[in-house]
Structure formats: structure tokens, C-alpha cells
Design a protein around this ligand. Structure first.
Ligand SMILES: *Cc1c(COP(=O)(O)O)cnc(C)c1O
Length: 397
């Protein structure tokens, strides 16, 4: 059994705060500052440029990628780190389109996170080859699949509602129609059980600052199925993905396997922060994390519905169809969330009226859920949100 009291003690959680926003930015693991400090002092400071070999900074993107791979059902050598998720989306879609070059449609759903759609839109405009980005409703994806579609690109867990797609069923159905499938695991990695190999996924991408606690701007990951790795052409053909970066050839030759998805110099400090955050996963099983997360979300839903009748659930009620977050709609959701934060419960707001709460068993327990609902009920039922200072829109919501 995973010991969640132990994992909770491993995070720095500020006094007087209940943190229900780990789905946006995970909290700081207590070991991270020392681990970064050691890297700075003992590696960068002492080794200088020799650290690329001596401390194997060069191997870090694959080393960390393999550790993430274990959390998402990917074999060693099929995940590599670098850049941001937006960039990884671009790489996956461009390579996938080339694998299916006789078709011109990328299908996604209108619940997808906008940057994924923006990146595809920009890519298709650059290709200028008659491609189309088509969006279906999330619950109509299956019926929208056809032999016209080159690439199906979906985010497994909807960032707004937490609605979870059936990865295995959709991948199977798409493959039967000759479609390449890309899964965005931004709200899945570290939150729900993912089995990329078992689903026979083609590509997957994700970020590491949400449920993986890598810190603000932590590098993203990309997975390419081993059967495809040597077939794909990287559209971002940077020197770190070259077969021999230090041969300094004038011509690009793609590196072996997943290494070709690297682009430029790896962010060693950020990867070190992420690497130390991954140690926590050695102490727990993802099955336990998932089961506890469903329990916490169910408890939150039933308590909020009992005590805050003005709030309307905007997440699937059945835990199996939901990620690790719960969303409630409320007309004054923005102001209510600001008031809630001022009273020590941090969640976030997603336009137009969604109050979003993430539940992470690694550092949230039942008593946190109950205490958070007490404060939420006070904010809503006593209209504590109805103050001008809570209605001022900040740059980040
Ligand atoms: C959080 C998130 C992103 C963020 O992309 P970045 O490039 O890391 O800023 C992209 N896609 C999805 C689905 C997300 O949830």
C-alpha cells in the first residue's frame, strides 16, 4: 500500500493553505532546492563544461524520459524530454502527418486545450498543402472517425471538465481506419493510470509541471512507439536530434530511435528539478494514486452538492470517466475563486464560469477536502465573493 501520509510530508505546503491546484502547477518537493543546489555547486560550479560528460547532462533527457515512461506504460527508450508541450505537439503532429501523407485531415475535439489546436493550425498553414483541422464534440469523436482522417489528436483528460476519453477504445477504432493517434497526457501523467503500450498508441506528449511536480516551466515529454521511431522525420531537426551532433556535419541525419525528437541543448537545471520530483513515484503505485484520487473527488462532489446548491457540477459524476479534478460552474466563479484563495483554498478559474479543483493524493487527504468545503460553503453561502477586489481580472486566472 502506498503511504500517502509519508508522501504528503515530502512536499513543502505553505502554512494555512489547502492546495487544490496541483493540476496546474504541482507544489515544491522539499528535496528539490538541495538537489538543484548540489547540481549548481558540484556539477556546474566544479565541472564547468565537462559536466556534459562527467555528470551525464547529455543523457539526462532520455534518462528522465525513461522514468516518466514507467508512469505512462512506455518501454525504456521511447520517451524523451525537452522544450515545452506546445513544441512537442508540433513535433508529433508534423511527423504523424508525414506517415499518413495521402490524407489531409487532423481531427481533434473542441474541449482540447487551445495551444494544441493553435499549434496544429500554425503547422497546417506553414505546410500550405490543403490540410484541415476538424473539431468534433468530445462525445462525438468516435463517430467522426473516417478514412479521410490522417491524424487523431486528443487530450485524454479535458483541462476544463476533467472528462476522460477512452484511450484504448478510440486508438483501436482509429487504427482500424488507418489513422495515426496522438494522445496529450498533460492531465494524465501522474494523475491516472496510462498504458501507452497496452493501448498501442502511436505518439504521446505531456508536460511535467502539473501532476509530476517538476516546477514552473518544467520540460515536456514526447513518446513515439518503438515501431515508428526510425520511420519518422523530425520536422524540428535540431542538432541534438542529429545522429552525431559533435560531428558538426553540414547535413542533418536523424538520430537513432527516440533521440531524434530532441531539438536543442537540454535545460539541465530544470531537468534536475524534475528528476528529484520523480523520486516520489518510487514510493507509491499509480493504481493506489488513482483509487485514492477518485475517492477524494467523490467526497468533494458529494459535500459541495450537499452544502452549496448554487454550484453546478461540470465534471463526469462517474470517477472512471473523470481525471483527477472536479469542476463546478458558478456565474460569479471568478470572484468566488479569488475570495476562496484569499481564505486559504487555492483552486483556479477557467472561463467562462468554471471553478476548478485538483485532487492529488500525494499531498491532499480527506481532512483537506472537508476543510476546503467548509471554506467554500462560507464563501458561497455568505457571498464573501461580492467585493470589488475579487472581481479584478488578473493576467493568469
Ligand atoms: C497545460 C497544457 C498545455 C500547456 O502547454 P505548454 O507548452 O507547456 O505551455 C498544453 N496542452 C494541454 C492539453 C495542457 O493541459
Amino acid at each position: 500500500m502506498s503511504d500517502f501520509a509519508k508522501t504528503k510530508s515530502i512536499f513543502h505546503l505553505p502554512e494555512g493553505v489547502i492546495y487544490l491546484d496541483g493540476n496546474s502547477l504541482g507544489p515544491l518537493p522539499k528535496a528539490t532546492p538541495d538537489n538543484i543546489g548540489n547540481m549548481l555547486t558540484n556539477e556546474w560550479g566544479e565541472m564547468l563544461i565537462t559536466g556534459w560528460n562527467k555528470a551525464d547532462w547529455m543523457g539526462q533527457p532520455s534518462r528522465v524520459g525513461d522514468r516518466i515512461g514507467k508512469l505512462i506504460g512506455a518501454a525504456a527508450g521511447s520517451v524523451v524530454m525537452g522544450d515545452t508541450l506546445s513544441i512537442k505537439v508540433y513535433q508529433a503532429v508534423s511527423s504523424a502527418l508525414e506517415l499518413n501523407s495521402s490524407r489531409k485531415v487532423v481531427l481533434s475535439d473542441n474541449g482540447n486545450f487551445p495551444t494544441d489546436l493553435y499549434m496544429v493550425d500554425g503547422l497546417l498553414k506553414s505546410l500550405d498543402a490543403g490540410h484541415e483541422l476538424r473539431l468534433s464534440d468530445p462525445d462525438k469523436v468516435e463517430e467522426s472517425l473516417s478514412e479521410e482522417i490522417a491524424v487523431l489528436m486528443l487530450t485524454e483528460v479535458d483541462y476544463r471538465t476533467g472528462r476522460k476519453h477512452n484511450m484504448k477504445a478510440l486508438t483501436e477504432k482509429a487504427h482500424a481506419l488507418g489513422i495515426i493517434v496522438i494522445w496529450d497526457l498533460a492531465h494524465s501523467a501522474g494523475a491516472v493510470e496510462v498504458d501507452l503500450e497496452g493501448c498501442n498508441a502511436d505518439f504521446a506528449v505531456g508536460c511535467t509541471y502539473k501532476y509530476l511536480n517538476g516546477g514552473p516551466g518544467a520540460p515536456a515529454f514526447i513518446y513515439v512507439a518503438p515501431r515508428l521511431q526510425d520511420k519518422i522525420r523530425p520536422s524540428l531537426s535540431g542538432w541534438m536530434g542529429h545522429e552525431a551532433p559533435f560531428a558538426f556535419d553540414l547535413d542533418y541525419r536523424a538520430g537513432a530511435g527516440i533521440e531524434r525528437m530532441r531539438v536543442g541543448t537540454p535545460p539541465v537545471i530544470a531537468l534536475t528539478a524534475l528528476e528529484s520530483a520523480l523520486d516520489i513515484w518510487d514510493m507509491v503505485s499509480m493504481a493506489d494514486v488513482r483509487a485514492k484520487s477518485i475517492e477524494l473527488c467523490d467526497l468533494f462532489i458529494s459535500e459541495v452538492e450537499a452544502r452549496c446548491p448554487e454550484l453546478e457540477l461540470n465534471s463526469p459524476r462517474d470517477g472512471e470517466n473523470r481525471g483527477s479534478q472536479v469542476t463546478f460552474k458558478f456565474n460569479e466563479g471568478y470572484a468566488a475563486m479569488q475570495a476562496l484563495i484569499a481564505h486559504g483554498v487555492i483552486g483556479d478559474f477557467r472561463a467562462p464560469d468554471n471553478m476548478r479543483f485538483g485532487f492529488t493524493p500525494l499531498y491532499i487527504d480527506e481532512s483537506d477536502v472537508r476543510a476546503a468545503v467548509d471554506i467554500l460553503a462560507d464563501v458561497i453561502n455568505n457571498k464573501l465573493w461580492d467585493k470589488p477586489e475579487y472581481k479584478q481580472k488578473a493576467r493568469v486566472t
